[in-house]
Design a protein around this ligand. Structure first.
Ligand code: UD1
Length: 375
């Protein structure tokens, strides 16, 4: 193998916590290889990007493609156009992509057409819902990538059903949980998080019990009726359990655009801007419940043993339901409120931590890569 470069790609918030442990493991296990971090710039706000680099001790990107927000077609095309010359310059021995965002697929497409091997971390997850842009990104990336690292056993079954040969697939566990274990000690207390956001914690009845909320999926927040329906359920929940709602920019914009800003005046709901990684860990660790449509939070709540209600019709991470603390509730008000009853009565799911969600997934990836690429 002549090239001495590996290119690691990140683009959007959920990529950063997956890539941080991989970079650490590569620097230890493959010290003779130069690892370049390319940030596509899909997420660019301080809150959505820079702050997470600090929390995760991710080195600054070597290259930032600065693509920013746009339609799916324009964003994907911009990443492709700007990534191609990087491959020409460095001719890496492989490109590592993580997760399922537009940047993941865009860089994979460019690399495979240039005959550069692509490694996909978090392969094989399937919601079987093609209305999710991430599902399209996952299916296409897995079809053309060369080495596929999986987080749970069901992913391998999905990949084989799609005709991927078993010798391309390697079960390594969950790099998100590597980051969680690495970051846990540095997570701040809830009171301090609220104080530094300028919020008086007494608004949340002393904060003994509370739920953390995040919402950002287009299917939940891009239509006024669906968004209003979910916000109204949150108001009902907040009468029984105070809520801390970390607002994604997409959701904030839509609340304003659809004139649903009455939610900001509800007494028992505290709104925070997108949180840093450590703040989010701090908020989740002492919560009684997590209400979310995020993929990452479903896994993190399972690792932390906190009940999670997923406000979606499906999950690509079934192990969080089968073994973990997750329940899929969609937007069904009655189901959500009856699950809430159980949780408040101390009968929420406690679950167990899945196989290989042990803090060493990135090391397994680096070991496998060393052998696979003969480095
Ligand atoms: C993207 C990913 C999604 C992931 C999510 C995490 C895709 C298809 N979607 O969705 O899988 O769960 O990131 O956050 O790749 N915006 C800002 N500042 C930013 C970034 C975005 O204000 O730094 C706003 C813009 O108005 C933008 C909107 O958020 O149009 C959506 O951003 P985009 O990256 O297109 O998708 P996400 O919803 O963040």
């Amino acid at each position: 193998m002549s090239s001495r470069y590996i290119i690691c790609v990140v683009g959007a918030r959920p990529n950063f916590m997956k890539m941080a442990p991989i970079l650490r493991a590569l620097s230890i296990k493959l010290p003779h290889i130069q690892v370049l971090l390319v940030h596509t710039g899909q997420h660019y706000d301080k809150d959505m990007s820079d702050r997470l680099f600090d929390d995760l001790k991710l080195p600054r990107p070597d290259i930032n493609l600065e693509v920013g927000s746009a339609t799916h077609a324009v964003q994907t095309a911009d990443v492709m156009r700007k990534f191609e010359p990087i491959l020409d310059t460095y001719q890496p021995c492989c490109v590592i992509v993580v997760g399922d965002v537009n940047s993941t697929l865009a860089c994979t497409l460019v690399a495979v057409k240039k005959d550069v091997p692509v490694v996909h971390v978090e392969a094989g997850l399937r919601s079987y819902d093609k209305k999710m842009p991430e599902e399209i990104n996952r299916i296409l990336t897995d079809q053309i990538a060369d080495r596929l690292y999986t987080t749970e056993r069901s992913a391998e079954i999905n990949l084989k059903k799609e005709g991927i040969p078993s010798d391309q697939i390697c079960f390594v566990g969950n790099v998100m949980i590597d980051s969680l274990i690495y970051g846990q000690k540095g997570a701040p207390q809830v009171l301090d998080i609220l104080k530094s956001a300028g919020i008086d914690p007494s608004v949340l009845s002393g904060l003994k019990d509370y739920a953390v909320v995040t919402l950002h999926r287009p299917s939940n927040v891009d239509q006024p009726d669906s968004l209003q329906h979910l916000l109204d359920i949150l108001i009902e929940i907040s009468n029984r359990l105070p809520l801390i709602f970390a607002l994604h920019p997409r959701t904030k914009n839509n609340i304003e655009r659809f004139k649903l800003t009455y939610i900001f005046d509800v007494k028992n709901i505290v709104f925070l801007p997108p949180q840093g990684y450590l703040e989010m860990l701090g908020l989740m660790s002492s919560a009684s419940l997590i209400l979310t449509d995020s993929g990452g939070l479903q896994e993190e709540s399972t690792a932390l043993g906190i009940p999670c209600l997923t406000l979606r019709e499906n999950t690509e991470r079934p192990i969080t339901v089968e073994q973990g603390t997750n329940t899929i509730v969609g937007s069904d008000r009655n189901l959500i409120l009856s699950c809430l009853d159980e949780i408040l009565a101390g009968r929420g799911k406690s679950g167990r931590v899945p196989e290989f969600w042990d803090g060493a997934a990135a090391e397994r990836i680096a070991d496998d890569l060393k052998a696979w690429l003969v480095l």
